[in-house]
Design a protein around this ligand. Structure first.
Ligand SMILES: [Zn+2]
Length: 125
């Protein structure tokens, strides 16, 4: 039901104990910023998501897919950064191999594996 997505009152806080009644023409999302200590109702028109109670931006599916995309981007950046930081360790291993280490394949594989994402280390090979 449409009303289930809305708060009874938006913007209720110690300085405004009554806040504002929900406006059912607008998106049901409760937003917060530094100018609205109790939060406020989203000002966009509704029409998306469950019972069309959300605007396009606050549609729970859109919020979820943006969060997943942001997490994936962050993970990619972190993996790239870890490889950059691996330089010293890789150099040490390379030097051991150049100096005639008895098992160059194993130390190289261990060094590489320690920088791969966990899921690609498990169960493969
Ligand atoms: Zn909204």
């Amino acid at each position: 039901m449409l009303a289930d997505h809305y708060k009874l009152r938006y913007g209720v806080w110690a300085g405004d104990k009554t806040g504002h009644a929900a406006n059912y023409d607008r998106c049901c999302a409760s937003l917060h910023d530094k100018y609205h200590p109790g939060g406020y109702q989203c000002t966009r028109k509704r029409g998306f998501g469950p019972d069309e109670a959300y605007c396009k931006q606050h549609d729970p599916e859109a919020v979820k897919s943006r969060a997943i995309a942001a997490q994936e981007k962050s993970d990619r950046q972190w993996r790239a950064r870890r490889i950059e930081l691996a330089g010293q360790r890789f150099f040490t291993v390379l030097k051991q191999i150049a100096d005639g280490h008895n098992d160059p394949r194993t130390i190289a594989q261990e060094a590489i594996a320690s920088y791969l994402p966990k899921e690609s280390r498990d169960g493969t090979e």
